[in-house]
Design a protein around this ligand. Structure first.
Ligand code: THU
Length: 129
């Protein structure tokens, strides 16, 4: 799975966003280190706080299927660019300290960041060991 393919999956997932309140569509696709790929969209709830970001939808799908290490995650959203929120950065950190985060507008228009660039000096599982 190359980066363009991963972005394409994120774009496909973005179309499924359930966003009756914000109308702001986000899609994500995560490549795990075992080669498996999961995608997700944001899902909004009328009482707002249960709303789930696209990144966490994709990551939680992966974790619940037994895939636990993130290699790369592609994120697409209605803003140019759409970066992961702080909560999602922390969730990526949990399962992908060395992950690459691809922020994309299209398969040909994207930038790559390390998770460490997006969440420097982070707190993670090792700190509780
Ligand atoms: N959203 C995401 O899906 N990912 C992010 O990292 C930023 C925000 C969603 C949540 C909500 O449904 C909408 O975008 C507006 O905040």
């Amino acid at each position: 799975m190359n980066k363009k393919e991963l972005i394409k999956l994120a774009l496909d997932a973005q179309k499924k966003a359930y966003v009756p309140y914000s109308k702001f569509r986000v899609g994500a696709a995560v490549l795990m280190d075992d080669g498996k790929v999961y995608s997700g969209c944001n899902i909004e709830i009328a009482s707002y706080s249960p709303t789930l970001c696209a990144e966490r939808t994709a990551i939680f799908k992966a974790i619940s299927e037994g895939s636990t290490k993130i290699k790369e995650i592609a994120v697409v959203g209605d803003a140019d660019p759409t970066f992961p929120c702080g909560v999602c950065r922390q969730v990526i950190r949990e399962f992908g300290k060395d992950a690459t985060v691809i922020i994309a507008n299209s398969e040909d228009d994207y930038k790559e960041y390390t998770l460490d660039e997006l969440l420097p000096n982070s707190f993670g599982p090792e700190d509780l060991a």
